[in-house]
Design a protein around this ligand. Structure first.
Ligand code: RIB
Ligand code: CA
Length: 359
């Protein structure tokens, strides 16, 4: 077993892990695939097996030595909490990373209740159906007993200022951690969020209601709490997602190398491209992860961003401006991604998913 994998399996603070890694590597003269200054992340996700974007984002994170995934936390969103958790456990087995713990989180938003609109629209966050068997069968790997919010709080407080949270679903788990502990927010290094749509920038329409993006709309109260928490935020809204365009040509390049991950992509994406070779897929959560690996892939603007949690026609809509405006008092400034170097991004993604797994 490689030393960096052995150390990743051990439960200890990230800075101690890095120190131990460096001294062991120095001792043996080996070169680690995990860089010693890798970014420690908690991967918070409304997971689903591919072609769901969260799965492709997790592949990218696991296969990138710039990032160290400390734990995966699941939340209801794209799928029910049960399916998100079942699929995340299975994905870690396929990626040969069963050393990473999985914590189940919120099975419903803080306030938002299921409606006919939710049932008839995209996603199944409200569902209580048993999860379907994922590719290759249900995972043998088990979840941890601690809740996602408790784990997030514990991991952050154990390494103040060291942990980045990558939040790729409704922000329920993150908001609960913020609400549970008055010291939590001040000790998070950074939050990278896929969520929102900024109407004042190009490509800023919603994707679930005319102006609301899905993750923020599922739990607007949690989004508002999180965006006003004071945690430094990098926001990856729909504006930047809409600069991506996964075509069959890129897909063919992706699956040209045979690995457990590219095989899974072939099984899940292949039939869709066979049915319609001209279709173009947007990438969402993958961009948020990639921007942490290489910030030069995205163009950002500093903006004040807030979320409407009034139960009206703008429920869950994010609004952004260069300064605070009347009604947005207390909203905070953050980096808002609005453009993407698509060729460099997709080349990075392909190169990473083609690497051997589990290293
Ligand atoms: O609106 C896109 C977002 O909603 C992505 O995170 C996708 O996975 C879904 O959660
Ligand atoms: Ca997601």
């Amino acid at each position: 077993m490689k030393i960096d994998k052995l150390i990743r399996g051990a439960r200890m603070k990230p800075q101690f892990r890095t120190l131990l890694c460096c001294s062991l590597l120095g001792f043996t003269g080996l070169v680690s695939a995990q860089s010693s200054d890798s970014i420690s992340i908690i991967f918070d996700t409304d997971f689903g097996m591919p072609p769901t974007d969260d799965a492709l984002a997790l592949m990218l994170a696991l296969q990138s030595p710039e990032l160290e995934v400390l734990g995966v936390t699941t939340v209801a969103g794209n799928k029910s909490l049960e399916q998100a958790t079942s699929d995340a456990l299975r994905m870690l087995e396929i990626a040969e990373r069963t050393d990473i713990p999985v914590y189940a989180g919120a099975d419903l938003p803080l306030v938002h209740r299921v409606s006919d609109f939710a049932i008839n629209s995209y996603g199944s966050w409200y569902s209580d159906e048993a999860p379907p068997e994922p590719y290759g069968g249900f995972a043998r790997k088990k979840i941890e007993s601690e809740s996602a919010a408790a784990y997030i709080e514990r991991e952050v407080m154990a390494s103040p200022g060291e942990i980045t949270i990558v939040a790729l679903g409704p922000l329920t788990n993150v908001a609960l951690a913020i609400q549970n502990s008055p010291n939590f927010a001040a000790n998070v290094k950074q939050l990278v969020i896929m969520g929102g749509a900024v109407a004042s920038l190009p490509d800023g329409a919603g994707n679930i209601t005319p102006n609301a993006e899905y993750n923020f709309w599922v739990d607007p109260e949690a989004a508002r709490i999180t965006l006003r928490s004071g945690i430094p935020i990098e926001l990856s809204p729909l504006n930047v997602s809409r600069k991506s365009a996964l075509t069959k040509d890129w897909y063919d390049k992706m699956i040209a190398v045979d690995t457990p991950l590219t095989n899974l992509l072939q099984v899940s994406l292949g039939p869709r491209f066979e049915e319609n070779p001209d279709q173009v897929w947007l990438m969402y959560d993958q961009i948020a992860v990639a921007s942490l690996i290489d910030p030069t892939l995205v163009t950002t603007e500093k903006m004040v961003v807030d979320v409407n949690d009034n139960h009206d026609i703008s429920y869950g809509v994010s609004v952004a401006g260069s300064n605070v405006w009347p009604g947005a008092e207390g909203a905070q400034q953050m980096n808002v991604q609005y453009d993407l170097d698509w060729p460099r991004f997709i080349e990075l993604f392909i190169e990473r998913v083609q690497r051997p797994v589990g290293e």
